[in-house]
Design a protein around this ligand. Structure first.
Ligand SMILES: Nc1nc2c(ncn2[C@@H]2O[C@H](COP(=O)(O)OP(=O)(O)OP(=O)(O)O)[C@@H](O)[C@H]2O)c(=O)[nH]1
Length: 287
């Protein structure tokens, strides 16, 4: 049996979480078109039996660690997110730096690249959205980053994902599994439901609101779940609730669609002034 850890790092919005979901073939990480969606290390576990590309003698388990996008921090939470991502680089077997094909490799990507181990893999994502020779240009640029492999993929269409998985399996050391066969996501159910609510709020609200939102489950009496939504200012409360509660209603419907039938999700909004700037507030939220 082979088993090991892979960290997915990169700047915000390059598609790390979408790639993790594509590799696992199931949703374990929330995604959005807003940067800085991932706020903690999210673990997803790939189990490959020998006949599906795992080690021929006993299969392979790859534990993926999805990380917050590394960025120039503007708040205490931002600094904490960078530290969380940097922590993930330690003690893993392979680091994948994710960049995106459509736009040039920028200072943010290079800053992360300079902190990689020399045997990292550079993943050039979103090749489906690259026009003309953009993918080739990006691979040429990526080649300047010292790494062991450079792999073009599309997390959206799945192109190249198998190649990436094959390279990762080859790099996994011999060892026993870390998780039971049926575990694909490490986070507890309460954390997952709170994340689903945050994902839908990110999808439904706009502008500065998304960064100010945090969610947590405050009651779990199956099938009734109460989720509290924290915002930083009074003005944001109205936006999150929506006219006549329309935003909350839409979010609730979208979340329920992803949970077993019959689950009742109750949403409440609360103001926790400037929680992102106060470590005691965001530590209380589990960051
Ligand atoms: N066209 C295209 N879009 C993609 C692809 N992968 C991800 N995206 C989009 O890129 C956006 C960001 O994706 P995420 O997976 O949330 O990005 P992330 O790197 O985890 O972001 P952070 O949490 O901010 O670090 C979303 O709108 C995705 O749908 C891809 O292969 N092709």
């Amino acid at each position: 049996m082979r088993s090991g850890f892979v960290a997915l790092v990169g700047r915000p919005n390059v598609g790390k979480s979408t790639l993790l979901n594509a590799i696992l073939g199931t949703k374990v990480a929330i995604t959005s078109d807003k940067p800085q969606t991932t706020r903690s290390q999210v673990r997803g576990i790939l189990h490959l039996p020998p006949e599906q590309g795992g080690d021929p003698d006993g299969g392979t388990q790859v534990v993926f660690v999805d990380t917050p996008g590394i960025h120039k921090p503007r708040t205490a939470l931002g600094e904490h997110l960078n530290d969380t991502a940097a922590d993930a680089l330690r003690d893993v077997d392979v680091v994948c730096l994710v960049v995106e094909a459509p736009g040039p490799i920028g200072p943010g990507d290079r800053w992360v690249a300079a902190r990689l181990p020399p045997d990292a893999i550079v993943v050039v994502n979103k090749v489906d959205a690259a026009r003309g020779d953009a993918t080739l240009e990006r691979l040429a640029e990526a080649a300047e980053i010292p790494a062991a492999d450079y792999v073009p993929v599309s997390a959206r269409t799945g192109e190249g994902v198998d190649t990436l998985v094959r390279l990762l399996v080859e790099r996994m050391p011999e060892g026993p599994p870390f998780y039971p066969d049926d575990v694909v996501r490490e986070s507890p159910d309460e954390v997952w439901v709170a994340e689903l609510v945050r994902e839908q709020l990110l999808a439904v609200t706009r502008d500065e609101v998304p960064h100010s939102i945090a969610t947590r489950v405050t009651e779990w009496e199956w099938p009734r779940i109460r989720v509290e939504i924290l915002v930083e200012r009074d003005s944001q409360k109205g936006i999150v609730i929506g006219k006549g509660g329309s935003v909350l209603k839409e979010v609730g419907t979208r979340v329920r669609a992803q949970l077993p039938e019959g689950v009742y999700v109750e949403l409440a909004v609360k103001v926790d002034k400037d929680w992102q700037r106060r470590p005691e507030s965001f530590h209380r939220l589990g960051f």
